[in-house]
Write a protein that binds this ligand. Structure first.
Ligand SMILES: Nc1ccn([C@@H]2O[C@H](COP(=O)(O)O)[C@@H](O)[C@H]2O)c(=O)n1
Length: 292
């Protein structure tokens, strides 16, 4: 497969069952773009993990590190991050054990954010000042999908208003994109008053939070899937898709690489180790979408 998708020979690529991965990619090509849909996580998957020599902010961190948050608020939000993030990525705890703790983390953060007098009209400037970056190759990724009418579903436990703004500022918020995420609810003065439900956290990214959207039902003829994620929780993002025939799971392993590699290799068809680019995903997509 390396000669058809040269990016699969990149140093970051780890594959436990190369023949299986190659067979899935071949089937995706055979089925063609009209059968394809892409389901992707956002933070640390479409956005970078490292930028400018430091951790890239998640959509939550963009808000919590911003100038609109009080010093005390920033400290409390940072304390919560330092307490809960190691739990989120702990390879020795099951998703079931983590679930209530993730609900606790997200709920406490959202409560704190609501106390901070955040204005809707400030979001664009907050994003501009944040230093957030999409992964290298993002433009080709978003543009290829758009040009070939392949639907891109962004399923994020981050903050929808913030991630939409990031994509908008990068000029790639095309019409083929649908986002499900945690959205802010603003009062008549444009001040954040709560988050709209249902709450989405790392370990409930599945059909349970998509009730009523009918998104996957409308795309029921699109039985080929490329799934992009960076956590074990992202693996369930396609659970609501009916009639899946081929699914290629690509996982970005950004942090605690040695401890987590085994589990990622078992779960993802392709694991990208500390890779800040979308080069491999672009290479696979180019191969699937070109007529040869
Ligand atoms: N208060 C929080 C809560 C979560 N995060 C991180 O956000 C990411 C979740 O969003 P996805 O787009 O990846 O679904 C995840 O990486 C959490 O670590 C945060 O930074 N602050």
């Amino acid at each position: 497969m390396g000669f058809r998708v040269p990016e699969l020979r990149n140093a970051s690529v780890r594959i436990q069952h190369p023949e299986r991965a190659a067979a899935i990619i071949r089937s995706l090509k055979e089925q063609g773009p009209s059968k394809l849909q892409v389901i992707s996580d956002f933070d640390m998957t479409l956005s970078r993990f490292w930028c400018h020599g430091r951790r890239c902010p998640t959509s939550h961190n963009i808000l919590s590190d911003s100038r609109v948050i009080s010093e005390d608020g920033r400290k409390q939000l940072k304390d919560l991050l330092h307490y809960y993030y190691p739990i989120e990525i702990d390879p020795n705890r099951t998703p079931e054990e983590k679930q209530p703790l993730m609900v606790e983390w997200w709920s406490r953060v959202h409560e704190l954010l609501v106390q901070q007098n955040i204005h809707k009209e400030d979001i664009a400037q907050i994003v501009r000042e944040s230093g957030v970056m999409l992964r290298d190759g993002f433009k080709e990724w978003f543009d290829q999908l758009h040009e070939h009418n392949v639907p891109l579903f962004i399923f994020s436990a981050g903050v929808g208003d913030v991630l939409e703004e990031i994509i908008r500022q990068a000029n790639v918020f095309h019409a083929n994109i649908n986002v499900v995420s945690n959205y802010m609810d603003f009062d008549e003065n444009g001040v954040l008053r709560c988050f709209k439900g249902p709450l989405i956290h790392t370990y409930n990214k599945n059909n349970s939070v998509l009730q009523g959207t009918e998104y996957f039902q409308q795309l029921s003829t699109r039985t080929s899937i490329i799934l992009l994620g960076d956590s074990m929780g992202d693996l369930t993002m396609a659970d609501g898709v009916p009639n899946v025939e081929n699914i290629l799971k690509i996982g970005f392993l950004n942090d605690k690489v040695e401890e987590r590699m085994g589990k990622y290799l078992d779960a993802y068809d392709i694991v990208l180790e500390r890779d800040e680019t979308l080069d491999v995903a672009n290479g696979i997509l180019r191969y699937i979408l070109t007529e040869t």
